[in-house]
Design a protein around this ligand. Structure first.
Ligand SMILES: *Cc1c(COP(=O)(O)O)cnc(C)c1O
Length: 353
């Protein structure tokens, strides 16, 4: 694969820097282009520098674009591991199909990612809880204002050294149930990691933040009755010893951390049920003392305990506002596999060769 080198490298954040999420970007990126009639072409590694775009480029107008999120971890033996990248490539192509974006060759994306990671190895942060976040994206690049699928696309992968997703780290998060705005509807794009979903969710997120909450807990669009997810995390509740997570009904993003968590929990002997969970059931369980734990799962936030949920102006504290035992076990298991501190019985660590 062609690698176009930079003249000077950027300064990397010093060890111990509070990285936050998505503030720093590495020296290089992977790119390839799609042109109708030609397919995907020009795969290469090039300097991560600003690119000029015509302002009539379709991505700016109709958001025909998708993304992914994964992480690379430096292993104790100095190798680089990516967590289940083949799952992300497959999901990205499913998102592409939903958004009328041509599918890309997954082996080529993986080769591009691995070439990029080898070149950028020194950017992988090593402080506890940090990782190199990987952001593959596809945007429509045809210069045209008609509302049609583009005939040209840019696929890119940029990398960002990150710390914890929430400013307060592993402290349990506070969620507010959103019973007016909607994230996704059946038949809509909630299942796809497409750009517009996140723009649509910002209003509710801003209102939540003003009230002192970390994120919004979304309900189903039709009845505002069933729990869906958190917008960057899938939700789990432990009710009376049973682990419950909303079934993937079509408006929920099928998280890879969710899927991995279900597998780990089942293998450890927990009963995990994927079904519809009403917000009333969750509140009722909190009231009668059977809501043992709640947590969210996602690449960015990993496993994130939920300490408080507000619904219709009433605050419900979960597990005394502390991280529960099942949440802790899951966090330790998933991060243990990711950072190479535990064995990997599932083959989830893809070692970059
Ligand atoms: C990315 C994302 C998740 C988490 O998915 P992972 O594959 O676990 O990172 C959950 N919900 C939404 C809306 C997302 O965009």
């Amino acid at each position: 694969m062609e690698i176009i080198k930079r003249k000077t490298l950027k300064e990397k954040p010093a060890k111990g820097t509070s990285l936050g999420f998505g503030h720093y970007f590495t020296d290089y990126m992977f790119t390839m282009k799609y042109t109708a009639g030609q397919g995907w072409h020009d795969a290469k590694i090039e300097p991560n520098e600003p690119k000029p775009f015509d302002l009539a480029t379709s991505i700016f107008h109709y958001a025909q674009g998708i993304f992914e999120g994964m992480k690379a971890f430096l292993q104790p033996d100095g190798s680089i591991a990516v967590f289940r990248p083949e799952e992300n490539w497959a999901r990205m192509n499913r998102s592409a199909t939903r958004m009328c974006i041509p599918n890309f060759p997954e082996e080529l994306a993986e080769e591009g990612l691995e070439t990029l990671l080898k070149l950028e190895k020194d950017w992988i942060p090593t402080d506890p809880g940090t990782a190199l976040y990987i952001r593959p994206t596809i945007v429509a690049t045809r210069v045209m204002l008609g509302v049609h699928a583009s005939t040209e696309y840019l696929f890119f992968i940029i990398l960002s050294p990150v710390g914890s997703y929430y400013a307060h780290g592993l402290e349990p998060t506070k969620l507010i149930v959103e019973d007016y705005y909607t994230r996704a509807t059946l038949g809509g794009t909630g299942e796809a990691k497409c750009l517009g979903n996140y723009a649509a969710s910002m209003k509710a997120g801003e209102v939540a933040e003003e009230k002192g909450f970390d994120q919004v807990l979304w309900l189903d669009a039709a009845e505002k009755k069933y729990v869906e997810e958190v917008g960057s995390m899938n939700m789990f509740f432990v009710i009376d010893g049973e682990v419950v997570t909303p079934a993937l009904v079509g408006s929920i993003l099928p998280g890879i951390t969710r899927k991995s968590s279900i597998q780990v929990l089942r293998d450890k002997g927990y009963r995990v049920t994927e079904r519809r969970v009403s917000i009333d059931e969750v509140i009722e369980a909190e009231k009668n003392g059977t809501l043992n734990e709640a947590f969210g799962t996602g690449t960015a936030a990993v496993i994130s305990p939920v300490g408080l949920i507000r619904y219709k102006d009433v605050d419900y504290t979960i597990n005394g506002g502390k991280m529960g035992d099942i949440t802790r076990m899951l966090y330790d298991t998933i991060t243990g596999i990711q950072y190479g501190k535990l064995s990997d019985p599932y083959g989830w660590r893809k070692i970059v060769k």
